[in-house]
Design a protein around this ligand. Structure first.
Ligand SMILES: Cc1cc2nc3c(=O)[nH]c(=O)nc-3n(C[C@H](O)[C@H](O)[C@H](O)COP(=O)(O)O)c2cc1C
Length: 277
């Protein structure tokens, strides 16, 4: 294990470690407006949802490391306490990256990035027409986390209205991630996609309480073949099943565990249990 002493690190190195480790991060495309009415648009991946009611999103513009100045987004929000947050999809990711350039504050960054505006109904900053999900927000608070270059400023946004493209919904009225195609930020120049290769479902009905790995039979718990994930799947059942088929199983332990592993990977947990019992 590499142990990293924070005190000896330059801010840039610390940035690399933190942003390459805490991944993937969603990206907020933040639309604000200056005192002179100029539109600003910038991406922020220090971003997430923190409360449902009230609906709170938080993002963090850090003070520029070069000269410890505040970013335009923060300056605008400090003045008028409003923003629109759009989500970043594959279609617009390259343009969003362009919007992150340090354009002068007198320039309209929607125009620079070739993205279109749409009137918001409750706040002055524009909706981002090219983003399929926009949140109209009022800013309840700004929390300064430090005074140096690299210090974050938590912008605590209360969502007043959500705009969602109808095309994103599945038949059960949920947002379908495969239609949304959200893009995430990782370390360096890495970005993540949400497509069929990268997404999977993990069945863990929240209403059920699993038996837990500690309650699995020793032979299963100490298996050299079944992984932690396999054991977790087996231990998610409400009770350890009874053996249904009483015919003698000719396989040795290793063979049983190999077959059970295969069944688990196919989503056949009950069959895997029968094989193991
Ligand atoms: C995908 C992406 C995510 C970013 N996330 C952040 C962030 O969370 N915090 C930050 O201070 N800068 C972040 N940046 C850099 C800002 O977007 C950049 O400094 C921008 O120029 C700020 O614009 P502004 O001065 O108009 O607000 C990010 C850039 C990209 C491309």
């Amino acid at each position: 294990m590499k142990e990293i002493d924070i005190k000896t690190l330059k801010t840039k190195e610390l940035y690399q470690y933190l942003t390459s480790a805490v991944t993937p991060r969603p990206i907020a495309l933040v639309s604000t407006i200056s005192e002179n009415g100029m539109s600003n648009l910038s991406p922020y991946s220090f971003f997430n949802v923190f409360s449902i009611r009230p609906p709170i999103l938080i993002f963090s513009p850090v003070n520029r490391t070069i000269d410890n100045t505040k970013k335009d987004t923060l300056i605008n929000i400090s003045k008028n306490k409003e923003c629109v947050i759009g989500l970043v999809t594959e279609d617009i990711a390259q343009q969003v990256s362009l919007a992150s350039s340090n354009f002068p504050s007198e320039e309209d960054e929607f125009k620079k990035a070739g993205l279109s505006k749409h009137l918001a109904s409750l706040v002055k900053p524009s909706l981002i027409k090219d983003s399929p999900i926009n949140f109209e927000c009022k800013v309840n608070d700004i929390v300064e986390l430090g005074q140096e270059g690299g210090s974050g400023n938590l912008v605590i946004c209360e969502v007043l209205k959500i705009h969602i493209d109808e095309k994103l919904f599945d038949s059960e009225n949920n947002i379908d991630p495969l239609k949304l195609k959200i893009v995430s930020r990782l370390g360096g120049s890495w970005y993540g996609k949400t497509n069929e290769e990268s997404l999977y479902k993990m069945s863990k009905p929240i209403s059920k309480i699993g038996v837990g790995i500690d309650n699995l039979p020793l032979e299963i718990k100490n298996s050299k073949i079944l992984s932690g994930a396999d054991l977790a799947t087996l231990a998610s059942v409400e009770e350890i099943p009874n053996k249904k088929n009483t015919a003698t199983n000719e396989k040795n332990t290793e063979e049983k565990h190999i077959l059970a592993k295969e069944l688990i990977s196919e989503g056949e947990t009950q069959k895997a249990w029968q094989e193991l019992l």
